[in-house]
Design a protein around this ligand. Structure first.
Ligand code: BMA
Length: 376
């Protein structure tokens, strides 16, 4: 083979095994992403072949005792670990009220603790994802205040300066998430979630498509360019979507998104949950493929878990046929508001069986992979 033919053959081989596309697929949306962030995302794509990572909101911050009473901030304690022997692979944290310079989140967790937890998770080889139920910057009420707001806080708007001050506080906190060598800890940031529901001021009935997209883009650009944060993977996370066009209607663009997910809760007889899952799991699978993004079930759960077999008979069979990076259940906030079992809870044995399924990944499975420092 002469040099020309050899080069051509090698190039053809590279294309055939998908070297080029695999690389493009795993690059973060932020062109300046840190090495740890790039490595994490590339490894998350590889992990899609192994199974779905299990996640739990505020897992290390609080939970419930076998008697169903609250425990708060007990070092090392986790309801998921108490039941299965392993921490979850993914940990959700909530930054609502960081924008007010408050010492505690809207779920009463001190921000100093959240910083410690994110560091602990990173050191353990797990993954942190961050939600932000920020107060309404227009009228100072909560995230659930649906007064029309977005036009006021965009550049040129009357309350823009206040929104920027919120972003400064958020960005400053995110900038303190550092590992042992001073490196920024990569986190999956999930702003303006559940916008297809209209229960938050950024919901689809409360702002136009263009306003939502501008808010999303302005926010991410500000965190990247002004706050110099390059450790963020961004999750786009609507609630219910009727079809792919609806799912993508307010998508801010490939340059602003790394993870395509959705939030879906089981309630009542579960018929709405089943319908939503049957509609949206195929949508995120297709969108992930077309846009080269990572698919995930960004929030799910069944409040108070009254069905003892929900994990293996409902959740697992519903998601088993899909490639999903992770599925995260919400917080064990109160005796009447929890989504992961605690020892003695009705679904604890079934959750253990779910966690033992070879397609379900907990921290025990992913920690040895050293996803921030090694390429899988
Ligand atoms: C909701 C509930 C609230 C909480 C909020 C933000 O689903 O759990 O109690 O304040 O999420 O975490």
């Amino acid at each position: 083979m002469n040099f020309y033919k050899k080069t051509l053959a090698l190039a053809t081989l590279a294309l055939a095994v998908g070297v080029g596309s695999a690389h493009a697929q795993s690059a973060p949306a932020d062109p300046a992403a840190t090495p740890e962030t790039k490595r994490l995302l590339s490894n998350l794509y590889k992990l899609l072949d192994r199974g779905v990572m299990f996640g739990h909101q505020d897992d290390l911050a609080y939970g419930l005792t076998p008697e169903g009473q609250r425990w708060i901030a007990e070092p090392g304690r986790s309801d998921v670990k108490s039941v299965t022997g392993s921490y979850p692979a993914v940990f959700g944290w909530e930054l609502g009220h960081v924008e007010l310079d408050s010492a505690r989140s809207l779920d009463a967790v001190p921000f100093a603790k959240i910083r410690e937890y994110v560091r602990q998770v990173y050191a353990q080889g797990g993954i942190s994802t961050i939600s932000w139920h920020l107060d309404n910057p227009h009228d100072g009420k909560s995230a659930w205040d649906t007064t029309r707001t977005v036009s006021y806080i965009l550049p040129g708007g009357r309350d823009h300066a206040r929104y920027v001050s919120y972003l400064d506080r958020l960005g400053t906190f995110l900038g303190t998430l550092k590992g042992g060598r001073g490196e920024a800890i990569p986190v999956i940031f999930r702003p303006f979630h559940e916008h297809t529901g209209s229960w938050f001021w950024w919901g689809e009935k409360n702002c136009t498509v263009a306003e939502y997209q501008q808010l999303y883009q302005f926010t991410i650009n500000y965190l990247r360019d002004t706050k110099h944060l390059h450790n963020l993977l961004i999750a786009y996370s609507p609630a219910e979507a009727e079809n792919q066009a609806h799912y993508l209607e307010r998508y801010p663009g490939d340059a602003y998104v790394d993870v395509v997910g959705f939030d879906a809760y089981y309630a009542g007889d579960g018929s709405a949950f089943k319908k939503q899952m049957a509609t949206e799991l195929p949508i995120i699978t297709a969108v992930a493929k077309e846009h080269h993004k990572l698919p995930a079930l960004t929030e799910t759960g069944f409040e108070r878990l009254p069905a003892a077999d929900w994990w293996t008979k409902t959740l697992l069979p519903t998601i088993a046929g899909y490639r999903l990076s992770y599925a995260l259940v919400w917080r064990n906030g109160r005796p009447d508001h929890y989504y992961a079992p605690y020892p003695g809870q009705a679904s604890a044995a079934d959750f253990k069986a779910f966690a033992q399924d070879k397609k379900v990944l907990l921290e025990k499975q992913i920690a040895p992979l050293k996803i921030y420092s090694k390429n899988l």
